[in-house]
Design a protein around this ligand. Structure first.
Ligand code: NAD
Length: 289
């Protein structure tokens, strides 16, 4: 099977690695050679970790690596594709433009999936014209090679048969699938987690508890591997505010960003990447206590 991944960033290179490990030919299409090199390096580092931890043999890792190829040529990438997974940045217009081009080159039999975290599948699909019923939201989690869930989303015009094809594809990659039957912004996961984190932010701003105690409470009380605030720092506070602005537009007031969150963004407290967010970090990225 030929799996084409559009965008070889954090998610794209992981999805390509998953497909290659499952025995598929994975072709990453990105906009430049430097981006492709970065994607290959990420795949190699990750495969080496699998070998080191005994989850893959060196021979299987080498074979998987050999099945990952890259190109900047969209038409060449799509030639003979069985599956196309798009993982370009979360910008509606970018995704729409790319998909309009993809349907010109991809075989009509190809399964088409977008890995958007919360954009409307229906809006992206509108750019596919008559091919709109083919597009399915195929939401992998970060890192795709580790996280067990794939959330499938049906747009308003998505053909249910395509959702079932996407399910078979994801299950073949070893994932457990949930289906979001309605194209509702934030789907199941991003919507639920955004509001949970927002309540943690509100508690922090009200002085109910320290950031550390809120995170510890959630981790030990509910078996979360990371607290919502530390994870917020890891993903970027600006990214989070951008996401909840979209959810507020769709679902209303309860997703409205707090004044404190907007001030953090205005002050450049964006999380780990800026050295400060809900926590302060030293030069090596360790939390300053
Ligand atoms: N990072 C996460 O935790 C996460 C989790 C789930 C879903 N997502 C979603 O996955 C998608 C990708 O996110 P990411 O974190 O991998 O982004 P990223 O910025 O790491 O990677 C995006 C890649 O797409 C490439 N690109 C840009 N325009 C392109 C084009 N026209 N054709 C091909 N490649 C192009 C970029 O060069 C880059 O390599 C987004 O929609 C995001 O919301 C991200």
């Amino acid at each position: 099977m030929k799996v084409v991944v559009l965008g070889g960033g954090i998610m794209g290179n992981g999805i390509a690695q998953l497909a290659a490990t499952a025995g598929d030919d994975a072709v990453v299409r990105d906009v430049g050679e430097a981006q492709l090199e970065r994607a290959f390096a990420a795949v190699e580092t990750s495969l080496a970790r699998f070998v080191k931890s005994g989850r893959l043999t060196q021979a299987d890792a080498d074979a998987a690596r050999a099945r990952v190829r890259g190109t900047t040529d969209l038409a060449a990438a799509l030639d003979g594709a069985d599956v196309v997974v798009e993982a370009v940045p979360e910008v509606l217009e970018l995704k729409r433009e790319l998909w309009a081009e993809v349907v010109e080159h991809a075989p009509v039999s190809a399964l088409l999936g977008t890995n958007t975290s919360q954009l409307s599948i229906t809006s992206i699909a509108a750019a596919l014209g008559d091919h709109a019923p083919r597009l399915v939201g195929v939401h992998f989690f970060n890192p795709p090679v580790m996280m067990r869930l794939v959330e499938l989303i049906a747009g308003l015009r998505t053909d249910p048969a395509e959702v079932e094809r996407a399910r078979a594809f994801a299950e073949r990659l070893g994932k457990t699938v949930v289906v979001c039957r309605k194209d509702s912004p934030g789907f199941i996961t991003s919507r639920a987690y955004a509001i949970l984190r927002l309540e943690c932010v509100r508690m922090l701003e009200e002085g109910v508890a320290s950031a550390e105690d809120i995170d510890t409470a959630l981790k030990l009380g509910f078996n979360f591997p990371m607290g919502p605030l530390e994870l917020g720092d890891m993903n970027g506070v600006d990214t989070y505010v951008h996401a909840i602005d979209g959810l507020a537009e769709a679902h209303g007031e309860r997703f409205r960003a707090t004044v404190g969150l907007r001030n953090m963004v205005a002050a450049g407290r964006l999380g780990r990447k800026s050295g400060a967010g809900f926590y302060d970090y030293d030069g090596d990225g360790r939390v300053i206590r």
